[in-house]
Design a protein around this ligand. Structure first.
Ligand code: SAM
Length: 362
């Protein structure tokens, strides 16, 4: 028998602090049937939200919390179907039920209810259109044609109400990201910003709010600017921005400026057009000026993340040539067009986008 060594140092017992982060526990593997079910049933959640939106359920509940019977009367819908829909919305977290009464969570109201303060229903409107368009995805992929085109030509010559829905949706989607971008790349007081393909102008407006005496120029197609004026007017920001109607595929950009911003633009365009836009951005900048590129730009060799891959598919369905160009690819193009990349940074949760800052080199 080996003697017991009482002088041996005691091994420390595991404690709850100071031992580094806990080891990741592998998630139990989802059985194949459950996985295929969840992939196949994704449409049901979207359909439930879209149905409630189009029946006016959210507006009714926002006006007054109500029972299923009252809502069925108010929305002229079948009581049994209405109750089933309401319960599904509770399960999905869009509604809450207190006893027999359904209520809407306050923070979701701007997204779900048209006409409330800070109405952000643009995303709901565009999703309604896209939901129908995606039913034809196989045809679009077979033909190589966008299913719901929002290209420059469509904006210039197509349905004006579609442009309004698009720009309202982009405005909603960009509101919070704009704050993050401004924090990550603040501008100097009294400097100038050119926001190319600036959409609703939410980035220009957010920069103008945060930067004393900023001269902000919004450059976009004329039909988009009409919508931007209305949105910014409603938010009391119209005066802070100078509007320039133009086509970034052909027209020179106004300049010289200290900073050019390309937010969510590159992902909508072909490589050929991206080069044209970068050239014109270089020309519009003062020597040493800054180009900011913001958008969904995955790592070239990184893991395929579902939101990013599905976003890239959406760029195809809307723009044909659009895709989530990688940040490595975009950095390479910037170097070719005489820009020195200063940083490439993810915006961080909950966003899937990155910001690239580059300097015009002479
Ligand atoms: C996805 S939105 C991005 C809007 C904004 N930069 C943002 O991040 O919220 C793309 C914008 O590019 C504009 N656009 C598309 N084709 C254009 C063109 N040929 N010339 C100028 N702007 C164009 C659209 O009108 C739209 O405002």
């Amino acid at each position: 028998m080996r003697p017991v060594r009482s002088d041996r140092p005691q091994r420390p017992l595991p404690s709850s602090a100071g031992l580094g982060p806990p080891k990741p526990v592998p998630a139990p593997e989802t059985p194949p049937l459950a996985r295929i079910r969840s992939l196949l049933n994704g449409y049901q959640s979207t359909a439930a939200i879209m149905a409630a939106y189009s029946l006016g359920v959210f507006g009714e509940i926002h006006r007054r919390p109500q029972t299923a019977e009252d809502l069925a009367k108010a929305c002229a819908s079948d009581p049994h179907g209405t109750r089933a829909l309401l319960e599904a919305l509770v399960a999905l977290g869009a509604l809450q039920r207190h006893g027999p009464t359904y209520v809407l969570s306050r923070d979701l109201a701007p997204y779900l209810v048209p006409g409330v303060d800070g109405d952000a229903t643009g995303m709901m409107d565009v999703t309604t259109d896209l939901y129908h368009a995606y039913g034809e995805l196989a045809r679009g992929v077979r033909d190589g044609s966008p299913l719901y085109p929002l290209t420059g030509d469509e904006i210039l010559h197509g349905d004006a109400s579609r442009v309004r829905r698009y720009i309202r949706a982009v405005h909603t989607g960009s509101r919070e990201a704009a704050f993050r971008v401004v924090q990550m790349a603040p501008l100097l007081a009294g400097s100038s910003l050119l926001d190319v393909g600036g959409g609703s102008g939410i980035y220009s407006a957010t920069y103008a709010r945060q930067t004393p005496d900023l001269k902000a120029h919004l450059f976009d197609l004329a039909p988009t600017l009409d919508v931007a004026r209305d949105i910014l007017h409603a938010e009391g920001l119209e005066e802070q921005i100078e509007y320039h109607a133009g086509d970034y595929r052909h027209d020179p950009f106004p300049g010289p400026v200290d900073t050019v911003l390309l937010s969510n633009v590159i992902q909508t365009e072909s490589e050929e057009h991206v080069f044209g836009i970068l050239k014109r951005a270089w020309e519009a900048l003062r020597p040493g000026g800054t180009l900011l590129v913001h958008g969904v730009m995955p790592d070239a060799d990184g893991p395929v993340q579902p939101p990013v891959a599905l976003f890239s598919l959406m760029m195809f369905t809307l723009f044909g040539h659009g895709r989530a160009w990688s940040s490595d690819q975009v950095s390479e193009w910037l170097a070719q067009e005489r820009f020195g990349v200063r940083f490439v940074k993810p915006l961080g949760e909950p966003f899937h986008t990155k910001l690239i800052a580059a300097t015009r080199l002479d």
